[in-house]
Design a protein around this ligand. Structure first.
Ligand code: NAD
Ligand code: IPM
Ligand code: MN
Length: 357
């Protein structure tokens, strides 16, 4: 059985970090005889420059056929003035919605070697292992109507719509309860049910699902408190489930607990477990082209791909072990650099992971 992985490097540091993850995946493919074949395609600003579209049809059609996708990042100042529908980010959002990748898993795990790279005290973050389950194809990101309209008198008004249907809430809820069941059995649903009706319904559906998962302990938290608790006492969380926008924000916050956003991988899955894998960070225009970006989030996203879409748990573990070994060796990209460690470039970090495999 031949399985295909589509690589979409995108923009900014995207091509730099994907190149390192690609080397690692090629090596794993050979050593574990996985029989994977690799293709690459255009998305985001890179696609706009070539074809005029952030998500060319060819990319979308290929994305539909492959078993998994590894994406770098999209966006950058070059395309920031384009109208919303033509921006690089639409390429990413279009892949998510067309492939119905509604379940976004963002694991924030602190590698013990990086305890001093976190901006929080080591005792607050040591042993940290949180799974954020973010709804990815609904909520305010996709709700209609949306736009900028002119009011009487000529003033303009921007508007978006925050909507979730019961079935959308139920399917992401199930993913989160299942995840909690496989972990420590605690699920915290994050909402704004004191203000927003859409999240009153969210809370109701989560409570209803809890009846099906008596082994999981469900709690609820308002998003403002959750943001505070994440930096006060992050280890109280096991699995967090939340909507699209709150999940976007809380996962960047959680990333910092692990030392750097350059360490946080992600999986975006549909109900067939087809998946797109990407680091949680963006195209980092401020450091693009300098060869200093941290490729580990992308390499670890490759491990998630092996685990969730390709069913290759051993190969996934091998990559994670190699990353840990490289950190043991004291190698650090600039974003996770600390005293006594050796600073390495993007490529050197990728090579070190290869050597550790
Ligand atoms: P960003 O995540 O690109 O960068 C935020 C900060 O983190 C920057 O200082 C950057 O240098 C640093 N950083 C990010 N990744 C890093 C890495 N691997 N190693 C070391 N440092 C890293 O967020 P931003 O600056 O808000 O956005 C830049 C562009 O990326 C925007 O166009 C945005 O829309 C886009 N974006 C894309 C994605 C994606 O493709 N999934 C995600 C977030 C943002
Ligand atoms: C992310 C990014 C995207 C999001 C943007 C680039 C559309 O921030 O993957 O976290 O908001 O989902
Ligand atoms: Mn984000």
């Amino acid at each position: 059985m031949s399985r295909t992985v589509l690589m979409l490097p995108g923009d900014g540091i995207g091509p730099e970090i994907v190149a390192e993850a690609e080397k690692v995946l090629h090596r794993i493919n050979d050593s574990f005889e996985l029989g994977l074949s690799f293709e690459s395609g255009l998305v985001g600003g890179a696609a706009i420059d070539e074809t005029g579209e952030p998500l060319p049809n060819e990319t979308l059609e290929r994305a539909r056929k492959v078993d998994a996708i590894l994406l770098g990042a999209v966006g950058g100042p070059k395309w920031d003035k384009l109208e919303m529908a033509k921006r690089p980010e639409k390429g990413l959002l279009g892949l998510r919605s067309n492939l119905e990748l509604f379940a976004n898993l963002r694991p924030a795990i602190l590698y013990p070697q990086l305890a001093s790279a976190s901006s929080l005290k080591p005792e607050v973050v040591s042993g940290l292992d949180i799974m954020i389950v973010r709804e990815l194809t609904g909520g305010i990101y996709f709700g209609q109507p949306r736009g900028i309209r002119e009011l009487e008198g000529g003033e303009r008004q921007g508007f978006n719509t925050y909507v979730y249907s019961e079935s959308e809430i139920r399917r992401i809820g199930r993913v989160a309860f299942e995840a909690a069941r496989q972990r420590k059995g605690r699920l915290c649903s994050v909402d704004k049910a004191n203000v927003l009706e859409v999240t009153v319904l969210w809370r109701e559906i989560m409570d209803e699902l809890a009846g099906e998962y008596p082994d999981v302990e469900l709690s609820h938290m308002y998003v403002d408190n959750a943001a505070m608790q994440l930096v006060r006492a992050p280890k109280q969380f096991d699995v967090i489930v939340t909507g699209n926008m709150f999940g976007d924000i809380l996962s960047d916050e959680a990333a910092m607990l692990t030392g750097s956003i350059g360490m946080l991988p992600s999986a975006s899955l549909n109900s067939e477990k087809q998946g797109m894998y990407e680091p949680c960070h963006g195209s980092a225009p401020d450091i693009a082209g300098q060869g200093i970006a941290n490729p580990l989030a992308t390499i670890l996203s490759g491990a998630m791909m092996l685990r969730y879409s390709l069913g290759e748990e051993e190969a996934a573990k091998a990559i994670e072990a190699a990353v840990s070994k490289v950190l043991d060796q004291g190698l650090r990209t600039a974003d996770i650099m600390s005293e006594g460690a050796r600073q390495v470039s993007t490529r050197e970090m990728g090579e070190a992971v290869l050597a550790a495999l």
